[in-house]
Design a protein around this ligand. Sequence first.
Ligand code: CA
Length: 442
Amino acid sequence: MRHFFQSFGGFFEHLRRARKPLMRAFVLLLLAFVAACATTEPSAARHRSKRVEVPAPKPNPADIAFANFVHDFRTTALNVGITPDTYDRAMSGISRNARVQQLNEDQPEFTHPVWDYLDGAVSPWRVSKGQEMMASTGTTLANIEQHYGVPKEVLVAIWGIESAYGTAMGGFNMFEALATLAYDGPRQDYARKELLAALKMMQQEKFSPSQMTASWAGAFGNTQFVPSSFLDHAVDGDGDGKRDLWNSPADALASSAKLLSEAGWKRGAGWGTEIKLPDNFAYETADVDLQKTLSEWHKLGVKTIFGAELPDSADLGSIYLPAGAHGPAFLVLDNFRVVLKYNNAASYALAVCYLANRLRGNAEIATAWPRYEQPLSKDQRFQFQNDLKKLGYDPGAIDGVIGHGVRAAARKYQKDHALAADGFVTQDLLARMDAEIRAKGL
Ligand code: CA
């Protein structure tokens, strides 16, 4: 390109010398034209100057490997009944999505405390907008509730939390997002299964690939189903003969109701309630995975937050402390566990159930959250796991993720040290373990 401009050096000289404004304008215009030709038509420029060479871009080895994966996965897809036409239309032109890749690998510096998550998930906007949506979809919702036995408030709460009532459904190309996750990283198995389901969904429903938008993790539509859930549970809620979870809230809400119903939702039963624990409560029994009958909890002195006795019932319930012994406590029943089948995080199930309560006009959670607790940084989460290990407890893999194994190990440590064994990870607990390790010279 340098040589090209050199050959027009005379014009620059001419411009410098041009004293008449009109002449200068003419020369400038001519130069602008030449520059435009040079930038928009490189082949024309090359034609005029054979010494200019534009090297072909070097193929990136990672792109080649991804293209090979897409090529090889075609055989897998065809083996399970995907037609070549479906596969090629869905997968042609996709590339490894850098943003999806980043979201797949990122470990956050700080994880949000549960109260921050609930502040967002059950915000005043979500409550008022949800009530508006319930009013506007009244008859449809009533029919869905009647048919599947799942309360309309629970369905609308899922809609609100999953996609902010259809306003945030995710704008990634579903095939590109799932193929990126399927290619490598921690979600490969999940994504390969969902990619096949997405192809099947496109083929069955005759969707065009361009309309199949999703979140980075492959969830889509008003209630953020994954493709395999669509194949298993989706229904036509508005009776137009199509199952369209993107454009029909009725289809999405009916499909969610069917999923929850098939997961065991008990018609007419609640999800649970906020409770008050007795002073001598054995905190190691507060575990979503540990069930006792309501009669047993009653005998242990557990009461509703308003001080009422629990019923003498053989129904099973667990005690869930989202923020440990110093935050709100909930008795959660079978229907709460059903919501976990939608998304297996207790904080998510609580958000859905709590928003459903608020949509009914029920009060906010009465007990204050321990908002003074500062979340552990990424380094501190690793340190917490290492400390447990040094002190003889088994936190599982040292990966900086506070999961079930870490909480169980923390409970054992707390119990051995006569602390409330709630398994809640705090700065104080970390400092205490650090001090013990220093004192013992470990
Ligand atoms: Ca429909």
